[in-house]
Design a binder for this molecule. Sequence first.
Ligand code: PLP
Length: 395
Amino acid sequence: MNMQTMLAMQAQQALARQSGDYVSKDVDEQAHIDEIMAAGGLSHVYRFDIGKNTDGVTPLIRGVLSLPETAENVTRNMVEYPDNHFRQLRRQIAMRHGINPAHMAFGAGLESIIDQICRAVLEPDDEVLFPVPNFSVFEDMSSRAGAAVIPVSTSPPNHRWTAATVARICEVMRRRNPKLIWISNPVNPTGQLLPLATIREICEQAERTGTLVAVDEAYGEYTDHEDAVVSATRYLEEYPHLMVLRTFSKMYALPSARVGYVMCAAQELIQAVNAFRPTFPLPWSSIQMAQIAIMDDPYVCQCRGRNLRRRNRLLPELQSIPGIQALSTDTNTVMFRHEDVSGGSLHEKLSNRGFLTANLNGVTGIEGSGFLRMTMRSSYENGLFVRTLREVANA
Ligand SMILES: Cc1ncc(COP(=O)(O)O)c(C=O)c1O
């Protein structure tokens, strides 16, 4: 039997249309790391490739896990189905953003939420606007739902959004009436924070063209203020077609908990997104971890401050390496390239020395530009990275 013919048309299309992401479901990451270590005789591999907070979780989580009653608590709760309404976490998030607790849907990480949104709103032949470079999962999930993805480019060399980018987006919206626009803010992979006024301008245009606006603030905690979120959630009531996404995977350093959520004032939209979730998307343990993590504002502030200090030191160091162009960033990740060395070659040379980076060579909008992305780690490890990059870049 030809298995290919057993696949639904949508599955066949999804397989044919995978974008050039730097994380592949087909690659066994641990096996790849083992290979690098064996080949280079390395005792350690530094993961500069994953965009999460490398300082780890709040000490509050460690504290709770080490309490004597925790074992009993875990044993009691793991034998039950988890709360499928996430009541306490919902209240905590609603309070933080000053929104109605009903205006929220939860999923197993934002990847699941992005998938659910695509399945809830997109139909074959819908058009989706995709300013690039951007988070490639938006592109994959949208085309998997049958929609045509329209990239809107930003300009080299630094690919920052400018007034011209916003004007171009609004012009394409006027001309094509897309069903949905995907924005990451701060932008992944550039790390640029877009002003909220820009999001508002796009929402205004989207209202006129009947376009849904999804703003993914996965890295939002890196650009929040000490006493308040800096989030498009302030516009939710004004623009019911606006969805704002956040996750516990990045600043809260809980990627394994898989807790993501979308906030939106249109109840029909929240219900539709929920319709595509499993009944119990979040395990009890994940809900607990998120509830604890979100309580520790001082830790988040501390990580944000530390990140800023590291960035102020790292960027000039990277930029001082002959041939290296490093882009300014508002988050914990930095995009960089070498003028003369290809991205693939630089990526491989760094990997061989035990320094993993995200290879952005296949990312829409910057294909073949040789960009890599690194996630900041401790000052010591960043120093090792710079030293190694200097060596391999000029070898
Ligand atoms: C912009 C953006 N959105 C969503 C995600 C995925 O987050 P989660 O771990 O919640 O699925 C990432 C992770 O890389 C991201 O960069």
